[in-house]
Ligand binder design. Structure first.
Ligand SMILES: Cc1ncc(C[n+]2csc(CCOP(=O)(O)OP(=O)(O)O)c2C)c(N)n1
Ligand SMILES: [Mg+2]
Length: 357
């Protein structure tokens, strides 16, 4: 009775646009010049929106904010691969992609200001509310992917998690379920190296997160998450597989959180300046700008105009946020249970009497 190899697992990594702007022309997807410029514009708008949120939080307008700074290429690349009928099931750091899918910016600000109306999007926007419980959204992504399959829709559900989310039971249950039932789901893991203060190396002893897909019988691919072309290429592959009935996929997008975990965190307490500098040199936004400039598609004047336009657009979102009528304080009781339990109903009644008084 010999010992034989009955299974081997290989993990591919995809990179197209290198940190210095060098391009693998063979792997470069077919994108016209205007689309590449649009990717850059999307990423600059995301960062402007994100920077403003931190200021609003510092002014006391929001409870907290989870910065996406540094992770823009993943969200812009995935957005470009999506079609109208696709669903987005975000975690809590996906506001860049949410904006691109039609979620109004002022509602995202409202959510982090503790306003329940920030979890209710306009009709037709196929996006679930922000999910803070780590990993919980991955099972929702598997479920929606199953629903799309059963309904025979030409659509896929994309759901997001971080490196930390891969240690949650929900991650494994979601991948297992998706693999067994062949759901129309794309799982994107934004591996930004940290789960608050927990480094990637203490999250798992697996050399990659992409290889975890193999255990569930689904394809897994690692991409340079700061390379918008690699992300886009991987996403197109995964979405087409899902929509056409080929089953789920996992994409590990390797990136870095350039900001703090949230505004309640101070990352200088657990990570080094050298590490931050290393990743700042790999920032996806200047990388794409260098590429555009190298091809003569962009210049300093256009950049200035874009940044001014982004500031004006963000200001319009802040105006809309400021113009929202006061939220009903009773909302804090209304969104957890279908029927408010007696103990909470009593507190709600008390609050309403206080507010009236
Ligand atoms: C179930 C659960 N446990 C703990 C937390 C507190 N928490 C919020 S974010 C986070 C780290 C998540 O890390 P990762 O999945 O890598 O995502 P990232 O924040 O890096 O985007 C933790 C522990 C939570 N929200 N939910
Ligand atoms: Mg993380």
């Amino acid at each position: 009775m010999p010992r034989t190899i009955i299974h081997e697992c290989a993990v591919e990594r995809l990179e197209i646009l290198g940190p210095e702007g060098q391009l693998d022309t063979e792997l470069m997807p077919e994108l016209d010049d205007e689309t590449v410029r649009a990717l850059y514009r999307d990423m600059v708008r995301m960062r402007t929106f994100d920077d403003k949120a931190v200021k609003l939080q510092r002014q006391g307008r929001m409870g907290t904010w989870a910065q996406l700074k540094g992770q823009e290429a993943i969200q812009a690349g995935v957005a470009l691969a999506m079609i109208e009928s696709d669903w987005l099931i975000p975690a809590f750091r996906e506001h860049g992609l949410m904006l691109l899918r039609g979620v109004p910016g002022h509602l995202i600000y409202a959510y982090w200001a503790g306003d329940e109306r920030g979890a209710s999007f306009p009709e037709g926007v196929r996006c679930l509310p922000i999910a803070v419980p780590v990993g919980s959204q991955l099972t929702h992504g598997a479920g929606i992917g199953l629903s799309l399959k059963l309904r025979g829709e030409h659509a896929a559900a994309v759901t997001f998690g971080g490196d930390g989310a891969t240690s949650e039971g929900d991650f494994h249950e979601a991948l297992n379920f998706a693999g067994v039932f062949g759901t129309k789901t794309v799982f994107v893991i934004q591996n930004n190296q940290w789960a608050i203060s927990m480094p990637r190396k203490r999250q798992t002893s697996s050399p990659t997160l992409a290889q975890k897909a193999d255990a569930y019988g689904i394809p897994g691919l690692q991409v340079d998450g700061n390379d918008v072309f690699a992300v886009y290429t991987a996403a197109v592959e995964a979405f087409e597989r899902a929509r056409s009935g080929g089953g789920p996929s996992l994409i590990e997008a390797v990136t870095y959180r350039l900001g703090d975990h949230t505004t309640a965190d101070d990352a200088t307490r657990y990570r080094t300046g050298e590490e931050l500098e290393y990743w700042q040199r790999r920032d996806p936004i200047p990388r794409l700008r260098r590429h555009l400039e190298g091809r003569g598609l962009w210049d300093a004047e256009q950049d200035q105009a874009l940044k001014e336009e982004a500031v004006r657009w963000v200001a319009s979102q802040v105006d809309a946020f400021n113009a929202m009528p006061m939220a009903d304080p009773g909302d804090i009781f209304r969104f957890m249970y279908h029927e408010v339990p007696p103990a909470l109903a009593e507190q709600l009644e008390w609050l309403e009497r206080e507010v009236r008084a």
